[in-house]
Write a protein that binds this ligand. Structure first.
Ligand code: NDP
Length: 257
């Protein structure tokens, strides 16, 4: 009989999760740590990173903090290099950092478009490059890109976000194709609607909540801890023959009209 800890266990692995001081990134870090991985918590704000480390410590999890902005290519190269030199190789990379800005397309501020693309897309390119060089040398690794239901579905007032998440889906498939022969798997998770700071405006909007519950077959918002299972599955040997795929954890939204 297959031992579940052989299939899903992450003991001895190190995971870097970009943007994991709160929200979805934090929930996935907690899940990967519960599977036995050493997790590296990242964010721009040192206080938030320390708070996240403190909260994990209360659950008996000793994690590593790494405060830097994933949209600054030179900082990413330096900090990923430092982490691997001091803590050992990164086996699991979760490209999670992201932001939202809502505005009609015709008035969408140019500087905000630039910031959003840098945060949601460029950051994944910047972080994956150095991590992949070291994974290629070891011929192993799992990369998880955080996509969205907006990788598949349009929505008015968030056109640039939709473009960035569509690009994350194709970054996943492109990387999976190029890196498969090097023993590296690249998959994505597409969350539906979860109550986090990024969605604060929607969480406060009763009319939106009513629409969301009606539009989602499971008839509710998602809870961030419900993303942990997909993260453990894609990080672990349980998904050893899977690459280039996106798992939508969305209460059925992308499966239904
Ligand atoms: P939150 O705003 O709640 O958290 C974002 C996290 O990323 C924080 O830890 C933040 O910390 C960090 N972060 C933001 N920018 C940077 C940066 N430049 N460098 C390093 N860290 C950064 O967002 P969510 O948890 O809601 O979203 C996480 C991901 O999930 C995003 O990619 C989002 O698009 C995606 N997603 C979310 C959905 C939802 O319903 N919430 C649905 C579908 C996808 P700090 O600000 O201190 O840097």
């Amino acid at each position: 009989m297959t031992d579940l800890s052989d299939l899903f266990g992450l003991a001895g692995k190190t995971a870097f999760i970009s943007g994991s001081s709160r929200g979805i990134g934090f929930a996935m870090a907690k899940a990967l740590a519960s599977g036995g991985a050493t997790v590296i918590i990242n964010g721009r704000d040192e206080d938030h990173v320390q708070k996240a480390l403190g909260s994990l410590a209360e659950s008996g999890i000793q994690a590593i903090g790494s405060t830097f902005d994933v949209t600054v290519a030179e900082d990413v190269e330096r900090e990923i290099g430092r982490l691997e030199a001091e803590r050992g190789p990164i086996d699991i990379l979760v490209n999670n950092a992201g932001m939202q800005h809502r505005a009609p397309f015709a008035d969408f501020p140019l500087d905000m478009f630039d910031r959003l693309m840098r945060t949601n897309l460029y950051s994944a390119f910047y972080v994956t490059r150095p991590v992949v060089r070291s994974m290629m040398a070891r011929k192993t690794g799992s990369i998880i890109n955080i996509c969205s239901v907006q990788s598949e579905l349009g929505r008015s007032s968030i056109v640039p976000y939709t473009a960035s998440k569509g690009a994350m889906k194709m970054l996943t498939k492109g990387l999976a194709t190029e890196l498969g022969p090097h023993g590296i798997r690249v998959n994505g998770i597409g969350p539906g609607y979860f109550r986090t700071e990024l969605n604060e405006a929607l969480v406060q909007d009763a009319e939106f909540s009513r629409w969301l519950v009606g539009r989602t077959p499971l008839a509710r918002w998602g809870e961030v801890d419900e993303l942990g299972g997909a993260a453990i599955f894609l990080a672990s040997d349980a998904s050893s023959f899977m690459t280039g795929q996106i798992i939508y954890v969305d209460g059925g939204m992308t499966g239904s009209v």
